[in-house]
Write a protein that binds this ligand. Structure first.
Ligand code: SF4
Length: 233
C-alpha cells in the first residue's frame, strides 16, 4: 500500500501540523493532565519526571506535600530530600537538582516563581538552561505548563512521531530540539492551550498507538503516514 506523506512539500507542512493536531484531538479527545496547586509544584514535577513514569513522581510529590515551596526545599537537609524523592529513581541526582533549582528561585527571585516566569522569555529560558540538570525539555515544560508561556515542548515521542510521518527530523533529540520546536510553534495555532494540548496528545498517542512497535491499524494518521506501510503490509 502506498501513502502520500504529510510533509511532501514545504507549503503542505503548516496544514499538515494542523491535520495532525486535529486528528489526534478527535481520536484521543482532550487530554486532561494533572492539575498542580501552583507553579512551583509544576516545576518540581517537570524535574522529577525525567527518566521515570509519572506514577513515581506522584509518590514523590506526596512525600514532599508539606514542603512544596522553594524555601522549604532549599533549606531541607539533602539526605531528607533524597529520601522523599527516592520513588522517582536517580534520587541522589534529582535531590541535588531540586535543591539547586529551589536555591536559584530563593536567591534570585526571593522565592517567587511568578516573578521568574513573567520575565523576558529568552532570558528566563537561558537562566533555566544554565542550571545543572535542566535541559531544554524540562525548561520548556516549566515555561509552558507553569508559566503559561508560548513555547513548545519537544520530547522523544514528538520526534519519533514526526519522523515516522515523513518530516525530515532524525530522532536525535539533542540535535533536533530547536529545529522541531520552532517548526511546530510556527505551524500550530498560536495559543498556549493549543501548545499544551498538542504535547499532551503526542504523549498519549505515543503511549497508546505510536509505540516503538506501532499499532498502525487503529491510528487516525495511518492514511498519510510514511511509516505505516511497513506495519500495515
Ligand atoms: S500510522 Fe503507525 S507509525 Fe504512523 S503515526 Fe500512526 S501509529 Fe505511528
Amino acid at each position: 500500500m502506498a501513502h502520500h506523506t504529510l510533509f511532501t512539500t514545504a507549503p503542505m507542512r503548516g496544514t499538515a501540523m494542523l491535520h495532525i493536531y486535529l486528528s489526534l484531538l478527535r481520536h484521543h479527545g482532550p487530554v486532561h493532565w494533572w492539575r498542580a496547586r501552583d507553579e512551583f509544584e509544576v516545576a518540581v514535577g517537570a524535574i522529577l519526571t525525567q527518566n521515570t513514569a509519572w506514577r513515581n513522581v506522584e509518590r514523590a510529590l506526596e512525600n514532599l506535600e508539606d514542603h512544596l515551596s522553594p524555601h522549604a526545599i532549599a533549606d531541607m537537609p539533602l539526605q531528607e530530600l533524597e529520601e522523599r524523592v527516592r520513588p522517582t529513581g536517580f534520587y541522589r541526582q534529582k535531590a541535588r537538582r531540586l535543591r539547586a533549582f529551589s536555591r536559584f528561585i530563593v536567591e534570585r527571585y526571593g522565592g517567587d516563581m511568578a516573578t521568574l516566569l513573567s520575565g523576558d522569555l529568552e532570558r528566563i529560558r537561558e537562566e533555566l538552561l544554565s542550571l545543572k540538570g535542566i535541559g531544554r525539555e524540562t525548561a520548556d515544560s516549566i515555561l509552558l505548563y507553569a508559566g503559561n508561556r508560548m513555547i513548545m515542548v519537544v520530547d522523544t515521542y514528538t520526534l519519533r512521531l514526526l519522523s515516522r510521518l515523513g518530516y525530515p527530523f532524525t530522532t536525535d533529540k539533542n540535535r533536533e530540539y530547536e529545529r522541531a520546536r520552532t517548526f511546530i510553534e510556527s505551524n500550530l495555532p498560536r495559543s498556549v492551550e493549543a501548545y499544551r494540548e498538542f504535547h499532551a496528545l503526542v504523549v498519549e498517542h505515543a503511549k497508546s498507538l505510536c509505540r516503538p512497535r506501532p499499532l498502525c491499524t487503529d491510528c487516525p494518521l495511518a492514511s498519510t503516514c510514511a511509516h505505516a506501510d511497513a506495519f500495515l503490509s
